[in-house]
Design a protein around this ligand. Sequence first.
Ligand code: ZN
Length: 140
Amino acid sequence: MKTEAAKGLDHIAIAVKDLEAAIRTYRDVLGLELAEVEEVAEQQVKVAIFGHGLGRVELISPTVADSGVARFIEKRGEGLHHICIEVEDIEGTMAGLKANGAPLLDEVPKAGAGGAKVAFVHPKGACGVLIELRQGPKST
Ligand code: ZN
């Protein structure tokens, strides 16, 4: 069984300590267009999103001291945290990955930024990079 084809790279996420300082760097120094800032309670992060559509850059900053992103920064410092693949049918993709032995970190999709459904694949199943699967809300 082959896992269903992905739609493309949705975003890359960079873990940062100070979101305001990181926004100034990405917007004012690197010249990326800041689209929005959003708090994602379920992931315990505040997210700054640059650009629109596929290929966005997200800065993620922990909102609590003992969250996954906070521990990541503590261990490795700021830097690339995950890449996100947009998929058509997240449950179907997760079933395909499971059937192919990929180590999923989530049993069922969770609530992500922008009303999306998300789930994560462990870095050991993707050559050392944490992978987020994302199914965006249906556009009307
Ligand atoms: Zn993400």
